[in-house]
Write a protein that binds this ligand. Structure first.
Ligand SMILES: Cc1ncc(COP(=O)(O)O)c(C=O)c1O
Length: 412
């Protein structure tokens, strides 16, 4: 924190207190400094009273207001907006359970058929989860096979660790599903890990049980681990159950997930690794150097959300299905664009027919219309852009309308 942050000037004004809570309690970044009060280990109501100027009631009202404004979307979704304060007030702002609370890990384990709390390690987002898996498993010279395009972590981190990374390219002709014969050729006895995102970022393709089982056979033939980044699991266009996780199909299968995508709660910054105990132990060694524990409030809100996952999943599915139907209608009307219709997720890769670099395309689109796509170059797939379509429906419609105008100008 720099000197501008409100916690250094907590002279007990309402506004400052609100900021104090925002910066320190909500984000669980309570720290001690010389000549300043240590709020660590203080129960919230005591903290409020210890500030001394407000009556407890007044302060509780402020805290209440704050919590309602910041957390209302989550709590609305799960129907606990009015009762959550009772759960939060007795919480001590300590580090909490180092590897994540039992309550949270139980709720995460319930997302898998065969996992128990012992298979779950809570992390700082899926980004933290992925990073820890690579740190735990990959050493210089190890062979890693990554199915691309995918989230950049899955090739850049192993490369940075000195691994010998081989890319298997997904192609639109195959519906952005991997050619498993090619995978078989790429996986050698030196292969430590096969990595992919499923559902796939950026294409929205989905590997189903039969493909996953085949990949498991390939991995098992050389004793390799599989890391499946499953942050979009549960956002399928069809069906109401969670699709298969590699963690349920293979003893060396590792699934990473988070609250960010399927559960629409990226602000909680909470993710997990679900995998074999030996991998979690190795990940914990690294985690002790960069995480300690996640925020206590993030842990509680994630527990509440996952315990009510059916309601959140129903909301997410109805949103992605309605919006993809809109996107699909629009795609059919735009002759300069083509795509493989996503089967899951919130994003899709659109191929365009103009002779323009994807970055230039996106910068010009943004400048002229305010619509933001991600250039395909960020995924090493030139001539494409990635659209995120899981936004407010009216905004999506307006964005598509603006993009149509832009495409007309580009064509003229
Ligand atoms: C495939 C994939 N994995 C991991 C992440 C990181 O997720 P989190 O916000 O949970 O750290 C993202 C975020 O965009 C993602 O798309």
């Amino acid at each position: 924190m720099n000197n501008q942050t409100p916690w250094l000037v907590y002279n007990c004004e309402c506004r400052v207190f609100k900021h104090y809570v925002e910066w320190n309690v909500f984000r669980s970044k309570v720290r001690t400094r010389r000549n300043q009060i240590c709020f660590d280990k203080v129960v919230c109501p005591q903290l409020i009273r210890s500030l001394g100027i407000f009556t407890a009631n007044k302060n509780l009202a402020i805290l209440d207001q704050f919590l309602q404004s910041r957390t209302a979307p989550t709590l609305d979704m799960v129907g606990q907006k009015d009762s959550i304060l009772e759960e939060l007030l007795p919480l001590k702002m300590t580090y909490g359970a180092i590897e994540g609370s039992d309550r949270l890990r139980t709720a995460i384990a319930a997302l898998y058929d065969s996992a128990t709390v012992k298979n779950v390690l809570v992390t700082h987002g899926a980004i933290g989860a992925n990073s820890l898996v690579y740190q735990a498993l990959v050493s210089p010279g190890d062979r890693v096979v990554t199915i691309v395009p995918t989230y950049q972590q899955h090739y850049s981190i192993p490369e940075s660790l000195g691994a010998d990374v081989h890319r298997l390219h997904l192609r639109p002709g195959n519906g952005y599903l991997p050619d498993l014969e090619e995978l078989r050729r790429l996986v050698t006895p030196a292969t430590k890990l096969i990595a992919f995102s499923n559902p796939n970022n950026p294409t929205g393709s989905l590997m189903e049980r039969a493909s996953l089982e085949e990949i498991v056979r390939i991995a098992a033939s050389v004793g390799a681990y599989i890391l499946s980044d499953e942050v979009y699991r549960g956002t399928t266009q069809e069906g109401d159950t969670l699709t298969e996780s590699v963690a349920d199909l293979y003893p060396r299968g590792i699934s990473t997930g988070s609250m960010s995508k399927t559960f629409s709660l990226a602000g909680l910054r909470l993710g997990w690794i679900c995998g074999p105990a030996e991998v979690l132990r190795a990940a914990e060694v690294h985690r002790d150097y960069n995480t300690i524990s996640v925020g206590i409030l993030d842990d509680v809100f994630s527990s509440v959300a996952l315990e009510n996952r059916d309601k959140i999943l129903a909301r997410s599915r109805s949103l992605v299905r309605r919006n993809l139907a809109t996107l699909d209608r629009w795609m059919k009307s735009e002759s300069a664009l083509s795509y493989v219709k996503p089967r899951a997720g919130t994003i899709s890769l659109l191929k365009y027919s103009f002779d323009t670099a994807s970055r230039d395309f996106c910068v010009r689109l943004l400048d002229e219309t305010g619509v933001l796509f991600t250039p395909g170059s960020a995924f090493e797939v030139e001539g494409t852009v990635r659209i995120g379509y899981a936004n407010n429906h009216a905004i999506l419609e307006e964005g598509l309308r603006q993009t149509s105008g832009f495409l007309r100008r580009l064509a003229s």
